[in-house]
Every structure is written in C-alpha cells, then in structure tokens.
Design a protein around this ligand. Structure first.
Ligand SMILES: *Cc1c(COP(=O)(O)O)cnc(C)c1O
Length: 462
C-alpha cells in the first residue's frame, strides 16, 4: 500500500513513512493510493467481536508491511488497555432512533485518545526497530496536547514537547499535561494565544537545521495514522445498529474535519452510511462552505466548545481531493487561493461533497440549551462539543435511519459550561479523581522561536 499527497507533487511513501512524516513535502496531506474494500460478509462478521479485533480487521489492509500481524495485535492491545470501558466506544440510546457514541473513555477523556494512544505505540515499535529517536513537538488548545502527552509518556524512543497558551486552557486540560512525572514529557506554557503556539511549531518545522538536529516529528490531526484509527468506531457502532443490513447516519462535532473524514473513509470502504453530518459551533466555515460553496476564513471567536474553534479546517483538503476526482493540481490551486483569502468550490465538486455530507451549526445559546434539555429528557450529561452534535442531529434525523452522534469529550473535561447549563458539576471518573492533588511541572516560555528551540535542544538527549 502506497500513500500519495493530495497536491500530487510529493514522493509516494509507505504507511510507516507517512506516519512518521505527517505533512507531505508539497504541503499536501497523505492518502492511500486506493481505498481497501470490506465486503458485506466481512462487515457483518464484525458483530460482537472485541474492539481491538475489529480495529485489526479494519486497519490491517492499510498498513502494508509496516508491522507483522503479531506486532500490530500487540500495539492494539497496549493502545486500548488504559480505557475505562470494556467496549472502548460504547453506544447509548438517547431517543427513538438516536444514539450517542461515547468516545471519551480514554485516559484524557476525549476521542483524540483513540488515535493518539495507537500512534504512540506504533511510533515506539517502529523507532525501536530502527534504533532511532524522534522529538514530537505540538501546539494545543487543550485536548490534542493532553492526549499526545498521555500517549507518549514514558516511551523510550520519543521526547514530547507541547506548547499550550499560558492561562488559556481549562484546569483539567492543564493538569493532564503538567502532572505526568516521566522525564520525556515537557509541558511548555507560552505567553500568548493558541495561534502563537501553533505559529512557533510551524516555524520549527520550517527551520530545517533545527528539524534535523532534534529529529522533529509531528502528530497533529493531519497525520494519516490518526485518521485511520478513527475509522474503526464508525464500523463498530454501525454494525451494532444493524449494518451492513441497514444504513445508518452519523453526526460529528467538527473542527479540523479529521473525525468526520474518517467516517467518509469508512463509507468508501463499503460501510453503508447514509448521511455524514458536519456539526459546527459558531465558527462555521465548514457549514458555510457546504451551503454556499465559499470557503473564506473570517476569524475565530471563542466558544464553550473550544476544541472546535478553528479558522481553517486542515483535513477538509482530503475531502476536496476526492470531490475534485483526485486531481492534485486542482487542490494545490485551491490551497494557493486560500493564502489570498479563500476559494469557491466548483459546482461539480460541491455536488460531490453534498452526496455524502450534510451540515448544521449551533450557536452558543443553542449549545447550552441542548445540554440542559438532553439532561432533562434522557438523563445524559453532554460536554459542549457533543451538545453541538446533538443539536444538529436533532434537526437532521430522518425516520427509518438510525442517527449516531459522536460524543467527543467527557462532560468533566468542561465542567464550567456544563454546570452553567444544568447546575450539575460533572465529577471526574474515579480512576482520575486525584488529578487535582497531583504535583504540576511546567516550563514558562516567551513567544520567541530562538528561546524555544534552545530549550528543546538542551533537553533532547544528543
Ligand atoms: C478535536 C475535537 C473535536 C474536533 O475534531 P476534529 O477531528 O478536529 O474535527 C471535537 N470535540 C472535541 C472534544 C475535540 O477534542
């Protein structure tokens, strides 16, 4: 299995190379050159199998010869052992025909654990075999950084440095990044906003001398291995509700389009998905694009669902690649136009997108009201991101086709918004109830590239 860039102008790579590289050299994102198919019988056979076994069957055809079967089974076993629910991704019924897929039972209580835990183990196996080391540097507004630290802590072949905006992440998110005691974990609190942290990380990747000196690697949401890990729960949940014998639809709270794009891959593999509904908060560039064909960033406004506060949705490029009939030059052209302020999706490509995707948005008030009403009507306490999904799903549901809404974080990760909406303070799960008592360890850094690079160089074993 070979991987190609969405912009059609980068070397083709193996799965292992694409995983370790992240972004392609032409600025594009990696995709498999063809999408493996699962037959009706193979999908039906997923019913009732353990999550790790389903994950093996769904992902294996994408991996080429990167791992032996035994290695990959070991990786999966270690990746999901720390989840607080035997089903890993349990389904709960909210209402007639409406189900919640709980993706928040991982170690940092957000769906990003499904991908991060897996790539932590895949990196370790691959790097140990080659005898090399990498230095993972990432920027976070909260969830990605905590998931990355949790996934890479204590691994021998990896150092992990996470830049987060000082004073601008929730206390739970901060503590998840600052309380791990392993010496390969470095939480860096930068003066400024998330955009500053993100910009300094980009600068480091563009500083080739530094990049090579420390062995920089990225694990942000454009990493193909992360998308692939998320394909699995679309299969397990659809099969639990009767697929492949009947169709199901999904509503996905969306920011960078990684999670919902995984659903699109599942559909292209043969899973009978009717609608994939994009749910955005008031930062609704994706909803605007799917309704008007215009993709034009117009600034970010902070919301109570901060992990979806984005200007530019990076994985959308992958959906555009298929909507433009796998024409890399056309995608490269759009991305050039984006630098100048935005682009219009062609009529043909818009129709192709609308064949699979629908969209809706939730305002701040609607999000909060959905947390309140869902608790009253079904007893379920939603995090604000999941509430955006439930609000949009309620508008888009059609009788006869089950709707599965992805619950992307545990309510205890965003306790203030939940308490404001319901009066209930959501408790942390038992297994992490001492989070508020653990010692914190962090390094304050200024928004200054040279200083940050010097600090990383000093800490990385040469
Ligand atoms: C990252 C995140 C999202 C958005 O996911 P994308 O894959 O970027 O679309 C939604 N909810 C939560 C809680 C998140 O952490």
């Amino acid at each position: 299995m070979k991987y190609i860039s969405t912009r059609g102008n980068a070397p083709t790579l193996s799965f292992e190379e694409a995983m370790l590289t992240g972004l392609a050299r032409d600025g594009g994102l990696y995709l498999p050159e063809r999408i493996p198919q699962m037959s009706h019988a193979e999908i039906a056979a997923l019913e009732g199998v353990p999550y790790e076994e389903a994950a093996f069957r769904v992902m294996w055809p994408f991996l080429g010869d990167t791992f032996t079967e035994d290695e990959f089974r070991g990786i999966l076993a270690r990746a999901y052992a720390g989840f607080g629910h035997a089903a890993r991704a349990p389904l709960k019924q909210l209402d007639q025909g409406h189900f919640l897929l709980e993706l928040f039972h991982g170690p940092t209580l957000a769906f990003k654990d499904f991908a991060m835990q897996l790539i932590g183990q895949m990196f370790e196996t691959s790097l140990t075999r080659s005898g090399s080391r990498v230095c993972i540097v990432g920027a976070t507004s909260g969830d990605t950084g905590s998931a990355a630290i949790e996934a890479f802590r204590g691994l021998d072949a990896v150092d992990v440095f996470i830049l987060y905006p000082h004073g601008r992440v929730s206390e739970v998110q901060r503590r998840q990044m600052t309380t791990p005691v392993e010496s390969n974990v470095h939480a860096l609190a930068i003066t400024g906003h998330f955009d500053d942290a993100q910009a300094r990380v980009k600068d480091m990747f563009n500083d080739f001398a530094f990049r090579d000196a420390v062995g920089l690697a990225g694990v942000n949401s454009i990493n193909w291995a992360r998308v692939l890990a998320q394909v699995v729960y679309f299969f397990t949940s659809a099969v639990a509700l009767g697929a492949p014998h009947r169709k199901v639809s999904f509503t996905v709270p969306t920011g960078n389009f990684g999670d919902i794009f995984a659903g699109y891959i599942a559909k292209r593999m043969g899973l009978p998905i009717d609608r994939l509904v994009v749910a955005t908060n008031q930062n609704d560039i994706l909803h605007r694009c799917l309704t008007s064909a215009e993709y034009r960033p117009d600034g970010v406004s902070p919301t109570i669902s901060p992990s979806m506060d984005i200007q530019v949705s990076s994985n959308f490029e992958r959906a555009l690649y298929y909507a433009y009939d796998q024409d890399g030059a056309a995608v490269a052209q759009l991305m050039d136009e984006l630098k100048g302020g935005g682009f219009s999706v062609s009529q043909g490509a818009l129709e192709a997108l609308r064949e699979s995707f629908s969209s809706g948005r939730a305002s701040e008030n609607e999000t909060s009201a959905t947390i309140t009403s869902t608790l009253a009507e079904s007893g379920e306490l939603l995090c604000p991101h999941s509430a955006v999904g439930v609000k949009v799903a309620n508008e888009m549901r059609e009788t006869g086709t089950p709707m599965i809404t992805l619950a992307t974080a545990h309510p205890a990760k965003f306790p203030d918004a939940v308490e404001t909406a319901t009066g209930v303070h959501p408790p942390l799960p038992e297994r992490m109830s001492d989070l508020y008592d653990r010692d914190e360890r962090l390094t304050r850094v200024e928004n200054d590239l040279a200083a940050i690079e010097a600090l990383i160089k000093e800490r990385v074993p040469q």
